[in-house]
Design a protein around this ligand. Structure first.
Ligand code: ADP
Ligand code: MG
Ligand code: MG
Length: 252
């Protein structure tokens, strides 16, 4: 079972420190939610964990099962089992979903371990069925002309295919109506596993009524300032973030 350990992480963007000493441990079977006001560094944390080149780690440690993630390339991180689903999935004209997924899966499996084409298509059909995704999805171009809900569901299909050990979901609920939200949440719940840990980033509590987290953390000014369980998320929904800033003496 995986263990992602983040210790005293500092991340800068364009020379400005955004993540400022963040500690968090996510284990297999656990769902951690990170909430917080806009602009507090949640997406910066996700991007830095995945190795996005614009996000410079200036201090701290991140390990997956004791292996130094920060020393790995983006591909190596994916191969180690890290996965990021994003708020705004990219559209890739001319590349079918199936082709994109096969390339991503083979990158995850590594050279010499590529999946045979027929086996891949069988696996894809099985996962799509499991997630209630229409078979025609496979041959459509990646995210092109997809509705918001379809894009998000497609990210969960990627997750199911790549079988990551730690999945980071950054605002996958943004822009979804309640029906689409339920579908995406059901898809996430379908791929919950003791062998997989989740880090779910969300601005709103709504998603967490459908994907019930074990731990809820509030991020402000680049740090986790409070942790609790799902009740903390509900309290934030009722009272907003300002009371917490006051309670903690945070001035921005
Ligand atoms: P959150 O996800 O919590 O809303 P972000 O991590 O997106 O916050 O942003 C935190 C801060 O970092 C913001 O002030 C934002 O302007 C800055 N920032 C993040 N990413 C970039 C980027 N690629 N280029 C410039 N500034 C960025
Ligand atoms: Mg934001
Ligand atoms: Mg964000």
């Amino acid at each position: 079972s995986p263990v992602l350990k983040i210790e005293d992480l500092h991340v800068s963007v364009d020379g400005k420190e955004i993540v400022r000493g963040l500690d968090l441990t996510v284990k297999g079977g656990e769902i951690h939610a990170i909430m917080g006001p806009n602009g507090t560094g949640k997406s910066t944390l996700a991007a830095a964990l995945m190795g996005h080149p614009r996000y410079e780690v200036t201090g701290g440690r991140v390990t997956l099962d004791g292996e130094d993630i920060l020393a790995m390339s983006v591909d190596e991180r994916a191969r180690a089992g890290l996965f990021l689903a994003m708020q705004y999935p990219a559209e890739v004209p001319g590349v079918s979903n199936a082709n994109f997924l096969r390339t991503a899966l083979n990158a995850r499996l590594g050279e010499g371990n590529e999946i045979p084409v027929i086996k891949f298509h069988r696996m894809l059909q099985e996962k799509m069925k499991q997630l209630g995704i229409d078979p025609s999805f496979a041959e459509r171009y990646l995210n092109e002309g997809f509705s918001g809900g379809e894009k998000k569901r497609n990210e969960i299909l990627q997750l199911a295919m790549l079988n990551p050990r730690i999945a980071i979901l950054d605002e996958i609920d943004s822009g979804l109506d309640i029906d689409a939200l339920r579908i995406v949440a059901d898809a996430v719940n379908a791929v919950r596993s003791p062998e997989r840990g989740f880090l779910i980033i969300t601005h709103y509590q709504r998603l967490l009524e459908y994907i019930v987290p074990d731990h809820v953390h509030v991020m402000m000014q680049g740090r986790i300032v409070k942790s609790g369980d799902r009740e903390l998320a509900r309290e934030l929904e009722r009272k907003g973030y300002d009371w917490l800033k006051q309670e903690l003496g945070i001035v921005d």
